[in-house]
Design a protein around this ligand. Structure first.
Ligand code: SAM
Length: 450
């Protein structure tokens, strides 16, 4: 079943007993694990009707499920209460905590973090959760492949954090932001040995030549992006493959090439904590950085932003945010990092930034009408009812499914105008209630077809 030279190398790297154990685990069906979103639920075991088996040690938010539910039709999955992720990938939390990566970097001001190879968004959504402990921080979640960036942007929107930009750039483009980021995560494309039991193609495409090709591509990606890491900043390098060529050897090469100290390296092998396998290393640049002198992204410090601050009234956004307009779209950014985020937006091919909150239509008399954007329902910037927010209507499971299939809803006993629909209290989306029917604002791009 597995390529003989892969098996030989695993045995020589790890010894017969451990290799045999890993190979046995890799023949078994993969366990189902999820990572919950503390922005939306602080007690997932009570709040989320999932078939929980046990909590994982690898992450405060990780759980093993006893069986695989149909996630697509679950409104709580759709509105970002949890993310389906294999357990080893959650190790990033442990590595960040044990290396004090988010807490020991400089004076305590917000961090600038780049997730260079981010689609479909597993580690980016996790980083957003972890960055809540460092207010004023923001994430650039980048994916070079255009067809994958749409899924990434969608997953990021569901997760509900406004302190993030989703970009579609080649690693070399980050030379436009020299010495800019405090933390650079490179979760590199790899030969995928950790994916063998999930993805038959990973097995058939595996070869020694491909491992060498992947290792060379990984070095190229690191070289291209390193210019954007500030002196004293941290590089996190990870792969979901098991061999030392793409892992330890590349880390040693990067440490030599860029004068970095290796803070730590860890392998999580298939089966550990129910995961598929992950290698992760943390390296810190030797050169000392002064946080007060943080780069603003090169000489074009005041690059012209195409976004203008919106001065109109928006009753349904919490305090502490700034609103900018791009064409008819109003986007919401945390006040503490709004300007820096806009400066990044003007330098990269940005697909999404902040929370898309509303479209604004201004009539000839200057009267503005605000139409809530679907992403607003998922976001922490949304004010809930009672505070100036939208009237809310709770849906049952059948109605929620109809809503996510973009079907019209019959909503009785509700005021006319825009309504926020919830499922088990979690915001799912908006409708415009015109009395005889409610027009569905769930986007067709997210329409459930099953
Ligand atoms: N970090 C993601 C997560 O946790 O969900 C998984 C990332 S996956 C291991 C690697 C990503 O690198 C893929 O999305 C792939 O499209 C992207 N990629 C492929 N070739 C690349 C290249 N030459 N430069 C940068 N990224 C690349």
């Amino acid at each position: 079943m597995f390529p003989p030279s892969f098996v030989r190398r695993l045995r020589s790297d790890l010894g017969d007993a451990q290799a045999e154990h890993i190979l046995e685990v890799m023949k078994m069906p993969p366990p189902v694990t999820v990572r919950t979103n503390p922005l939306k639920t602080s007690s997932p075991l009570l709040d989320l009707p999932l078939p929980f088996d046990r909590a994982l040690e690898i992450s405060r938010y990780g759980y093993l499920l006893g069986e695989r539910p149909v996630f697509t039709t679950d409104p709580l999955f759709q509105c970002g209460c949890y993310y389906v992720q294999e357990a080893s990938s959650m190790a990033i939390e442990r590595v960040i905590a044990s290396g004090n990566i988010f807490s020991s970097t400089d004076s305590g001001e917000g961090l600038r973090v780049l997730d260079l190879c981010a689609a479909p968004g597993g580690k980016s959504t996790h980083l957003l959760t972890l960055l809540r402990e460092r207010p004023g921080s923001f994430l650039v979640s980048n994916e070079v492949i255009g067809s994958r960036v749409t899924v990434l942007a969608d997953n990021i929107a569901r997760w509900g954090h406004p302190n993030v930009l989703v970009t579609n750039n080649d690693p070399a483009d980050f030379c436009r932001l020299p010495e800019f980021f405090d933390v650079l995560l490179i979760d590199a494309p790899c030969s995928g040995e950790g994916m063998f039991r999930k993805d038959e193609r990973a097995v058939t495409e595996w070869s020694e030549e491909n491992v060498a090709l992947c290792a060379a591509r990984q070095r190229r990606i690191i070289s291209d992006a390193m210019v954007s890491l500030r002196p004293g900043g941290t590089l996190l390098y990870s792969t979901c493959t098991l061999n030392t060529i793409e892992n330890e050897e590349n880390v040693a090469w990067a440490a030599r090439e860029f004068g970095m100290e290796i803070l730590g390296m860890e392998h999580f092998y298939p089966g550990e904590e129910y995961g598929e396998g992950l290698f992760i290393a943390a390296l810190r640049s030797h050169r000392e950085g002064h946080p007060a002198e943080k780069s603003h992204g090169g000489r074009r410090r005041n690059a012209e932003s195409t976004l203008k601050e919106y001065r109109g009234e928006i009753p349904f956004i919490k305090e502490g945010y700034r609103v900018y307009q791009k064409d008819s779209l109003l986007k919401v950014f945390p006040a503490a990092c709004a300007e820096t985020m806009l400066s990044v937006e003007s330098r990269l091919k940005t697909v999404k930034s902040g929370t898309g909150a509303a479209s604004v239509i201004t009539d000839r008399k200057g009267q503005a009408t605000l139409i809530p954007e679907p992403d607003l329902a998922f976001s922490e910037v949304l004010l809930r009812k009672g505070d100036g927010g939208f009237p809310e209507v709770e849906l049952d499971a059948e109605q929620a499914l109809k809503f996510m299939k973009c079907e019209p809803l019959n909503i009785t006993d509700a005021p006319k105008g825009y309504l926020l629909l919830t499922f088990l209290g979690h915001p799912l989306g908006f409708v415009k209630n015109i009395g005889s029917r409610a027009n569905n604002l769930w986007p067709s791009s997210r329409r459930i077809r099953m």
